[in-house]
Design a binder for this molecule. Sequence first.
Ligand code: NAG
Ligand code: NAG
Ligand code: NAG
Ligand code: NAG
Ligand code: NAG
Ligand code: NAG
Length: 645
Amino acid sequence: MIRGLLLGIILMLYCVCPSFQQDTTFVYNGFDQGDHRLHLDGSAIILPKKHVLQLTNATATQIGHAFFQEPVDFNSSEPVSFSTHFVCALLPVGETSGHGMAFFVSHSTDFKGAEPSRFFGLFNANGSASTRVLAVELDIAKAPDVGDISDNHVGIDVNSAKSVISANASYFSDKKGRKIDMKLLSGDPIQVWVDYEGTTLNVSLAPLRNKKPSQPLLSSTSINLTEIVQGRRMFVGFSGATGSTMTYQYILGWSFSKTMASLQKIDVSKLPKVPHPHNKIKSTSLVLDALLGLISLLVLGLLTGAAYMYRKNLYAEVREEWEKEYGPFRYSYKSLYKATKGFSRNEFLGRGGFGEVYKGTLELREVAVKKVSHDGEEGMKQFVAEIVCMRRLKHRSLVPLLGDCRRQHELLLVSEYMPNGSLDHYLFNHDRSTLPWWRRFAILNDIASALSYLHTEAEQVVIHRDIKAANVMLDAEFNGRLGDFVGTVGYMAPEITTMGPSTGTDVYAFGVFLLEVTCGRRPVEPGLSAAKRFLIKWVCDCWKRSSLIDAIDPRLAEFSSKEVERVLKVGLLCANLAPSARPSMEQVVQYLNGNLALPEFWPYSPGIGVIIPPPQLMLPSLSLSSYSSNNSMFMTHSIVYGSGR
Ligand SMILES: *[C@@H]1O[C@H](CO)[C@@H](O)[C@H](O)[C@H]1NC(C)=O
Ligand SMILES: *[C@@H]1O[C@H](CO)[C@@H](O)[C@H](O)[C@H]1NC(C)=O
Ligand SMILES: *[C@@H]1O[C@H](CO)[C@@H](O)[C@H](O)[C@H]1NC(C)=O
Ligand SMILES: *[C@@H]1O[C@H](CO)[C@@H](O)[C@H](O)[C@H]1NC(C)=O
Ligand SMILES: *[C@@H]1O[C@H](CO)[C@@H](O)[C@H](O)[C@H]1NC(C)=O
Ligand SMILES: *[C@@H]1O[C@H](CO)[C@@H](O)[C@H](O)[C@H]1NC(C)=O
């Protein structure tokens, strides 16, 4: 009987929702929870009461899809075309930018194998995942491996995150008769129009109150949608993803139709407001703090002076006049104390450089908090000046410093949490699964470009002074990010003790780093036979025997011999004993990516493979200010980092 009832219900549904082809046309002026016409997966939700569709939240490496449940069908006599207009907003989580979002037309709703971050939850490194996709990406991260032109662009993607055509975000203003730049990650609502007819796909942008521009931003005339999605039935929707950095991706309104003529207007006055979760959290916690303060004043007015002093000491901070210019990167000690659950042992990540590192959760994001002890005013000023310098450095392969806090004898540095710890664990810790060659090669390229940035593109020449695997952190996607330390013997160029650090000493250390990553061993292994003890010499000896490739980490199975040999040779070139014979980091970047041929040199060339063994294995650490000069800044303190547990 129950069966009969079910059958009846199914039949009834069948009659209510006939599956014959219909003209898929809809308009959303805001979204309602429990809308059954939309299918959401992953991190995508409709925010309760806010009527906003949110694709991703402040969690790393998330994917969220939202698509119209019903497929768009075209019968055989109907031309395949569509027009859509939507309003979206991208809002940074914290201070670093994350990844963008995309409008898509897909063959199916199964996105298995799609990856987050620069792949938008639609593609992966091989192209498209389990389904075929046409997408319009609004991208706010520049990923060179997929050919991104900038960190603020719009692109048309056909079955791959590599856009077939892209342009920096801008719109054509009919009033002014010219293009006006737009910032995708402004948090302001952005209108997007996508029109497809014949084989032409047009994409236009504009700020909220503007009319649709008369000229599209992107126009591709070679798009065959039936071929791309392999059929005349397709799904339409939005996809967003986060990587190690996050963005809130919101859709406020959406109109779709098969033809431009039947596209319904979005009513801008009915659109929901862009949520600002950060302000919200801050203001509610402020209100909460104030309320708690009032209650504790009223109820706990009997607190003794001693208890008061205890509390005061617990959260006491030092702020001084000269610090003010360093601006808003200050965190309160209290917030860091809470973020790390009172610097709990459970949150302890490790010890490095000058202090202890703790994991914490601050404003919904994971951070690493490093406690550094200090004494002396001068050292402190120097230190803060360096933090400011580091704060200005922006490169995707540097571990970003988010802020700091200063107390009586203590400095706290807050940086992004690097979930995969430091590279040395994967190279030297034989219990751990190792990294394949392609990943190592990508990391080497990451670090080379970061170092080239420090040497040539930063406001001041910045000398890192301590390049080594232990200072290379791996983010959630195993991208290499340079952190920092004070010099370690074995990576230090011989002249450093007499002439001080320079860009040349960094190049030397980078050369040694290239060798250690390729060979999977430390530069000096006292336990090995004399022939193998010093990495540089050993690699050079392999080359002398015409078997350079023998130097490779024996755990590596698949690799390109050409690439490995090139890397080893670049390593030897950088580690030339004579500083003047070393290449610049800009050249190194080009040698590595094959854009520049290596100079002619042999294992017997002067300075190649020559080492001056250090007199002892550990030198005392170098003092902070002894290498200051007028035009360069040394990163003498390590940027805080997280490490895998
Ligand atoms: C983000 O969404 C995911 C999936 O719905 C959820 O597990 C996670 O708790 C959310 N994170 C935040 C910070 O809201
Ligand atoms: C195809 O669809 C169009 C528009 O919906 C309709 O006018 C036409 O009759 C359909 N043709 C066939 C063969 O079903
Ligand atoms: C890419 O393709 C290769 C070979 O077919 C496969 O081994 C690998 O898992 C694929 N990668 C992804 C991310 O799908
Ligand atoms: C896009 O913007 C970036 C950064 O602002 C700039 O370097 C680049 O030249 C621009 N590209 C085009 C095609 O305008
Ligand atoms: C695309 O833009 C071009 C140039 O403005 C225009 O001629 C064409 O009609 C547009 N096509 C579509 C489908 O919107
Ligand atoms: C698009 O591709 C399909 C399938 O390959 C083909 O039949 C059709 O003629 C193409 N359409 C155009 C306009 O080129």
